[in-house]
Write a protein that binds this ligand. Sequence first.
Ligand SMILES: NC(=O)c1ccc[n+]([C@@H]2O[C@H](COP(=O)([O-])OP(=O)(O)OC[C@H]3O[C@@H](n4cnc5c(N)ncnc54)[C@H](OP(=O)(O)O)[C@@H]3O)[C@@H](O)[C@H]2O)c1
Length: 251
Amino acid sequence: MSFAGEYIWIIGASCGIGEALARELAAQGATLILSARREAELEALNASLGGAHRVVPFDVADSAQVQRAAEQVSGMGTRLDRVIFMAAIYRPEAIAARDYAFTKQLVEVNLLGAIYMTYAVLPLFEQQRAGQMVLCGSVAGYTGLPGGQPYSASKAGVINFAESLYAEVDNFIDVKLINPGFVRTRITDKNNFAMPMRLEPEQAAKAIAKGLKGRAFEIHFPKGFTYGVKGLHSLPYAIRLWLTRRMRDKA
Ligand SMILES: NC(=O)c1ccc[n+]([C@@H]2O[C@H](COP(=O)([O-])OP(=O)(O)OC[C@H]3O[C@@H](n4cnc5c(N)ncnc54)[C@H](OP(=O)(O)O)[C@@H]3O)[C@@H](O)[C@H]2O)c1
């Protein structure tokens, strides 16, 4: 598998899965555009990859910044093969915490950020008559669980949006949805509960790289975990909600 000759924009590349994915795709020959808010981290990543990539820092929660970033990337004059939106924020917090300010920020980054990016990139893909838009949901977005928090709801929104996007865009635009299970990053480092089958970011990056070239809409891993949660989601509400209440009572 090779990404040689491809131009790929990764948003959320400054750490975690996005950074590991940048390393994986660069190792496979891609030229990258690296984005997130923290410019110094992106520059350090670029330097460690040999400096041949471009750094475009911006905040995905600000639609004007998203638009400017897309214009900057479009102005580079190269074809853009794939755009991979990995940015998100997370804080473990029960719904009962009712943190209005953080909830607003979380939805703006995780859900609105994904939508703003798609709006900004689609005209470019339409002009090229080609391109792959990749959004990152989460297994947490499959079904509402106790402790799911607004984070899971934001990811359910991303999943739904990606499905609509797939249904709506022209055939020359490919849409992919990444739904990871647990991966060891600063996100899961905040959790103090058991995280079955947790992967390393490098393992997640390899699964994503393989999936980008595959035919399936959804890239999900590790399968032993994701199929379990899919199974729960496919149950009728009467059974599913009975089970999720029992999970709460056991916690
Ligand atoms: N780790 C897991 O177990 C897991 C499971 C399921 C899904 N996911 C999803 O996988 C993706 C990557 O997560 P991760 O675990 O690698 O988390 P991470 O290490 O915290 O990485 C998140 C990335 O998003 C960027 N970001 C956050 N807010 C941003 C903003 N306002 N504008 C631009 N960039 C922003 C961060 O960079 P800056 O801080 O520099 O902006 C960082 O590069 C996320 O979508 C997450 O929801 C992760």
